[in-house]
Design a binder for this molecule. Sequence first.
Ligand code: OSB
Ligand code: MG
Length: 375
Amino acid sequence: MKVERINLREIRMRLRAPFETSFGVTQERRILLVEANSEGVTGWGEITALESPSFNSETTETAWHVVSDFIAPMVVGREINHASDVAALLGGIRGHLMAKAGVENALWDVEAQRKEIPLWRLVGGTRGEIACGVSLGIRPDPGSLAEKVAQEVSAGYQRIKLKIKPGKDVEFVAAVRKRFPNIMLSVDANSAYSLYDLDHLRQLDPFDLLMMEQPLAWDDIYSHARLQSGIRTAICLDECINNGRDAETAIELGACKIINIKLGRVGGHSGARRVHDVCLERGVPVWCGGMLESGIGRAHNIAMSTLPGFSLPGDVSASSRYWSEDIIEPEVQVRANGTISAPQGSGFGFAVKRDLIERLTVRSEGWSSNVTVNV
Ligand code: OSB
Ligand code: MG
């Protein structure tokens, strides 16, 4: 397929409620959307970088820069056989995996539409429905957190994840576990602890958590291996895993027992597939992480979650948990049993609400074969 045009835009979307993690509070998302055109077909991708470099080193602004000045000029006008070739094409750009993923995933959507098959089939998916969990932000007190958990459990979600940080951890987990002795429960610290906290983190062992996600530094696999050998709770790595090699390293060192795959963090569907394959071969369960995506990123997450190794519920939940109105239709809905069915249409399988997207757009730039168009 010839990549005739790439369009990059920034939209602003306000979350229905502020979301607090150990690194800060998010309410207003600045999301970059990538639109790719090839021979009459339009595909969409989302860049999942946050507004600040607090999850990983990318931001909305660095992604804008790298797509504008490097990725778009390398891709536009190219004839590519498969979206899976894009990663190699962009191999000279170090890092910036979220920026790359937005572009690569838009081309996956194009390729699936051209082949008139669902994206989830094109990426190698085998599951007709995926299992869903929720990620709950830090709350002021254990009681209100337990209330929120009650609401999500009755909505059918199969796994509840609690964000934690020092001072808002053991007591909060204890309150939730006391009220819900049998739910699948996990915690996510987003790198808020160090190895000095080993004895403290061990206090979470009695609560029968499915996992403890990324307790230590975002770029430190080795220390997670030291921690894992001292606690019973399974460690799940998120921030640390950027490619298949990282997954191999982490598994071989015993740094984790579970891995969370985020499309942006690993550079798109081809990178996700590699991490997935490494884990599947070694019997390590994976699940789909979330970055407070709009419907476009969510649709890609659903496609990825149909791969055979995604045996645990992901952070892929209903559009209405995040947005008063999502940018795709139908919006992503979760059934009463906590599942989402893989869409049957071609491409990522949802219609894009172009008018709404235009209204939410704050800046936009396009590249056509040999010309830059400012719009
Ligand atoms: O670490 O999984 C994370 C949100 C923003 C940044 C990092 C993370 C998260 C979440 C929310 O946990 C997942 C979601 O519901 O999209
Ligand atoms: Mg996480």
